[in-house]
Design a protein around this ligand. Structure first.
Ligand code: AMP
Length: 216
């Protein structure tokens, strides 16, 4: 099952995918942002190039991003499928993805602007393993340290207010043509993501399952 996840920063799509959907469907969560951060951590040439764009809240050029993703999707763990998060971010990337693989469904997490603004400056991330936390609704058991690996939990440069504003602006500018692209192909499923990830009714995951179980 090859799934693209769309949604503005802080719709929670990364959290839903990495904490729940990958376990339910036993396929990996591939985030291009995480792949870049891994390259930065490992001090690769790709990481050095990507960092300049990421620190200023800009998109990394399409050719660099697409080549990196193509390599990742060739790996064994993607044979049964994947949840792709953070890609495509441009129509050129969506077209390139069509050349690389067939996408079964695109889940679009939709939340209103106030919800996104409230959430986005609260996100924290583990420096070592990339686990995602939030100052209000996903608090680590020991303040400042990751539940999974004990790594330091911090606020990413691109979650700070100025860069976050820039990311949201870029997102809205770029996303509509991509939504149109997949809607025309009949592959778009919208999910209401206004409730928080620890909402007791957990309807976001139920709604995702209703869509995904049809194509399993
Ligand atoms: P994310 O973790 O998805 O918010 O991505 C963090 C940053 O990585 C973005 O602000 C971009 O600079 C870069 N990035 C991630 N995915 C892409 C992509 N598909 N195309 C271009 N840049 C990307």
């Amino acid at each position: 099952m090859r799934v693209v996840l769309l949604g503005a920063p802080n719709t929670g799509k990364g959290t839903y995918a990495s904490r729940y959907l990958t376990q339910i469907y036993d396929i990996p969560h591939i985030s291009t942002g995480d792949l870049f951060r891994e390259n930065i951590k490992n001090k690769t040439d790709l990481g050095r190039t990507a960092q300049e764009y990421m620190d200023s809240g800009k998109l990394v050029p399409d050719d660099i991003t697409t080549a990196m993703l193509k390599e990742r999707l060739k790996k064994e763990d993607c044979k049964k499928g994947f949840f792709l998060d953070g890609f495509p971010r441009t129509v050129e990337q969506a077209e390139a993805l069509e050349e690389i693989t067939k996408i079964d469904i695109v889940i679009n997490f939709v939340a209103n602007k106030e919800t996104l603004i409230r959430r986005r400056t609260g996100r924290r991330i583990c420096k070592s393993c990339g686990a995602i936390y939030h100052v209000i609704n996903i608090i680590p058991k020991v303040a400042g340290f990751c539940d999974e690996c004990g790594g330091e939990v911090y606020q990413r440069e691109d979650d700070k207010p100025e860069a976050a504003e820039e990311r949201l602006k870029i997102y809205y500018e770029e996303i509509q043509p991509i939504i149109d692209f997949y809607e025309k192909k009949g592959k778009l499923a919208n999910i209401d993501a206004n409730l928080d990830v620890n909402d007791p009714s957990f309807h976001v995951i139920d709604d995702c399952r209703a869509v995904l179980d049809k194509i399993k």
